[in-house]
Ligand binder design. Sequence first.
Ligand SMILES: [Zn+2]
Length: 350
Amino acid sequence: MISSAPPTLPADLRAFIEALPKTELHLHIEGTLEPELLFALAQRNKVELPYASVEALRAAYAFTDLQSFLDLYYAGANVLRTEQDFYDMTMAYIERARADNVRHAEIFFDPQTHTERGIAIDVVFAGIARALREARDRHGFSSAMIMSFLRHLSEEDAFVTLDAALPLRDQYQDLWNGIGLDSSERGNPPEKFARVFARCKELGFHLVAHAGEEGPPEYVVSALDVLKVERIDHGVRSEEDPALMQRLIREKMPLTVCPLSNLKLCVVDDMANHNIARMLRAGLAVTVNSDDPAYFGGYMNANYLAIASALALTREELLQLARNGIEASFIPAAEKARLGTELDQYAAAH
Ligand SMILES: [Zn+2]
């Protein structure tokens, strides 16, 4: 588990990263379920787990690819039963994020992971939203909710989920502003969800999709052209297509990159070979995010520290990554400007 920076990072740069104001745009709330909370919820809900202890569960977090992770991830989500469970999970994430100086988070949640187990969609929305609203009121922690469809299921299932969620839109209009697409990428191209994304666009939602993580650069192109997304989640394999790279630069298309996730799921073999620095230096709007931090060994600061150390990022580059995160967010212009000013003041003071 990578919980601290490698010793090569100078202490002052480490402190600079830790206190840097951040924006998180690629975070699956179900992927923040730490083994300790997972065990506690299993006990509370009398759910039997196939692991004897927290340690045994943590030891199972040795993944070989995206699918091996997803199998464990869906098993873990099975302990989430009540509104309070979703609240506790979300609040635990917020505490971690605030400790890492995250100012704003756009949170993915997968209702299908829960509705197919018989949990009502209202329960999912209510628990997550109660925690986010409390954090906003108490600490000024800003957030949004991005409802994501599971791409290994059918488009018809996605429509059923959308229809179930739409009656809740008014009730959660202060939070729910986006639609995403996640889960097993290979063999599930963006085109599969063309009609449901067109419908969500008509409804006025922001649109994002995972593409180019394990899937080929063609999936990034079709996420842009067919799904009309405003951000690409991951997108690291875009580098295999020079014309696509030029397009991403030209269109200032944000990529929500998740370095520790890529390492843990063997998308890259070594952080020193991660392409986030190359893409940043080429002028792409790359951002840093933690994806499923409970499973991948680190939250926002751990991700920043890992790439800063392995890829020798400068302070200016780290500031640019943070700035890209603000720019790529779906927050109102006034709030964006406020976060931008905070970042400028931070840069000036350091
Ligand atoms: Zn993801």
